[in-house]
Design a protein around this ligand. Structure first.
Ligand SMILES: Cc1cc2nc3c(=O)[nH]c(=O)nc-3n(C[C@H](O)[C@H](O)[C@H](O)COP(=O)(O)O)c2cc1C
Length: 343
């Protein structure tokens, strides 16, 4: 049974292409208890003798305002995973190393990485041992329940993690076969959490702050990792804290949403080329603006913004118009985008 003395923690789940330092800093600003980098390819990092590409180096950036941060490694070679873990520890920048055994992408599993390891538990354990041996930092594991419903290996791999002295295991309550859709099995996560003493964090399918608390209760986990919901509601961590204190979460109006986007854009420009960072803001805007009057027009105009100055002018102009017409509130009938639900 997991120790339950500590307060539960609510952390940002890793998302490739999304959870860079800039977005993580925004979530930490809203009270996230922790985060993980995007997955770092051990094959590229462990072997690298020459300079790594700028895009690769971006995944290793950590901002000073970030809280507890694990660097996540993906790979299928125990030697490369071990060597990458050592190098990441030597950077002196992270609080823990996390092993990815959940990524379901065809290309990833095709080469034996990510969720593919759930099908080969002996190999998975070999990797865990190599990373544990070469890491000076605590080691964590993030995995799915199993490859499919006929091969549920998360319980045995979690026990192996416990025996090797891992710090935490995060369980996404789906199998690889389910990818990102279908029911999350809270009972299965609970079964794992109740069978080991190391902290187990539950992951998968949380859509709002209330949901995160219900999920915590149902899984009896020590924490919850939140992915896609945080992209649309980075304030979810503040909402959770308020609910836990018996308060009602604040409404997150247009002024706050535009402020989040401006902050995110400024932070992104610190670690990415300006044009790339600003173009990427279209995606974050398309998750944060729907529900506001005129969001479609604002999103359309953003397609023509290529500099931080353009972006700031457009966003401030949009907010000014809403403020002038006294229309900054969210309109629930203007449905938010749902495409993230099945990414
Ligand atoms: C676009 C995207 C990228 C992801 N990248 C990673 C990753 O790099 N490492 C990882 O362990 N999980 C990754 N995940 C999985 C999430 O961490 C999480 O397990 C999954 O989205 C389920 O949680 P959610 O329903 O709260 O989003 C990714 C998910 C999405 C949607």
């Amino acid at each position: 049974m997991s120790p339950r003395a500590d307060a539960p923690r609510f952390v940002l789940a890793p998302m490739d292409g999304m959870t860079r330092a800039s977005f993580r800093a925004v979530c930490f600003g809203y009270g996230a208890d922790g985060a993980t980098t995007e997955m770092i390819q051990s094959l590229a990092y462990g072997r690298a003798k020459r300079r790594l590409s700028e895009t690769f180096l971006e995944t290793l950036i950590r901002f000073p305002e970030e809280g507890d941060l694990a660097a996540q490694l993906i790979g299928s070679s125990p030697a490369m995973m071990g060597e990458s873990a050592r190098k990441l520890c030597d950077l002196g920048r992270f609080d823990a190393i996390e092993i990815n055994m959940g990524c379901p992408a065809r290309k990833v599993v095709g080469s034996g990485n990510g969720a593919a390891l759930l099908r080969t538990p002996e190999k998975a354990v070999e990797i865990m041992r190599a990373v544990r041996e070469r890491s000076r930092l605590p080691v964590r594991l993030k995995l799915r329940l199993g490859w499919d419903e006929d091969s549920i290996t998360a319980p045995e791999l979690t026990r192996a993690a416990e025996e090797m002295g891992f710090e935490r295991v995060t369980v996404h309550g789906r199998t690889r076969a389910q990818r990102y859709a279908g029911a999350v099995d809270a009972d299965a996560i609970r079964g794992i959490a109740e069978s080991v003493r190391i902290p187990v964090y539950a992951n998968g399918g949380v859509t709002c702050a209330r949901d995160a608390l219900t999920f915590l209760e149902a899984t009896r986990a020590n924490g919850v990792a939140i992915g896609r919901a945080a992209l649309k509601q980075p304030w979810i961590f503040e909402d959770i804290r308020r609910l836990r204190m018996g308060e009602t979460p604040r409404e997150h109006d247009a002024a706050e949403r535009v402020d989040v986007l401006l902050r995110l854009a400024r932070l992104s420009c610190l670690h990415r080329p300006e044009r790339v960072a600003v173009c990427e803001m279209r995606k974050f805007a398309s998750w944060l603006l729907p529900g506001l009057t005129g969001a479609e027009g604002a999103l359309e105009r953003l397609n023509r913004a290529f500099t931080l100055e353009d972006f700031t002018r457009l966003m401030e102009g949009y907010l000014d118009a809403l403020l002038r017409s006294n229309d900054v509130r969210i309109h629930p009938e203007l449905k938010p985008r749902t495409d993230l639900d099945t990414v």
